[in-house]
Design a protein around this ligand. Sequence first.
Ligand code: GAR
Length: 217
Amino acid sequence: MGKKKRTAILISGRGSNMRSLVEAARADDYPAEIVLVGSNRPNAAGVAWAVEHGLSTVVIDHKSYGSRADFERALQSALDSHGVELIALAGFMRLMTPEFVEHWRDRMINIHPSLLPSFKGLNTHEQAIAAGVKIAGCTVHYVRPEMDAGPIIAQAAVPVLSRDTADTLAARILKVEHRVYPAALRLVAAGKAACVDEKVIISSEVMETGGLFSPTI
Ligand code: GAR
């Protein structure tokens, strides 16, 4: 395996996806190393967990900055000082400027709790239930300037049951998020998820070994 990719995880809240990435990255053969956890909210529960677990953390409170660009300058300088090569957004609820997104093009990924391109934005689970879909899920994608858009790296589906509320559906999807995100970051960090004409090509090596949920994940 080549050098591990220095990866930052950005969060705004609970941080359960962050935890799943941190835990996966403990494996010797995992191609990403989590070198920084950043939050735009000082009291995000995920930050406390990251501190307790000895990770480097940075809080950049967006409310202390006059503009999105100023906030991003502070964020960029924290990323630079940790030598970050890849960013994984994990419940990071701030839109980034097109300049920031372009700077990190194909080096920044996000997870969204729907089968994109359906149900972007907030209240995703309510949207799925209101639409009456029978299958929901999550998507990991490369970030592009448009919200919840970009080449899809991996998706997982779960059933929507007639008794579901937004909360029960969210909990079912969250379970698969915790499997899909570490698997997707593994592919990206290993250089096995290439963007070609705005579609992701997964290296044939991965497909031949049983796909995303191979026993090594
Ligand atoms: C997750 O369900 C994630 O997919 C979603 O926020 C939640 C964060 O939970 N992200 C988005 O909706 C992004 N548009 P977590 O903090 O426990 O990982």
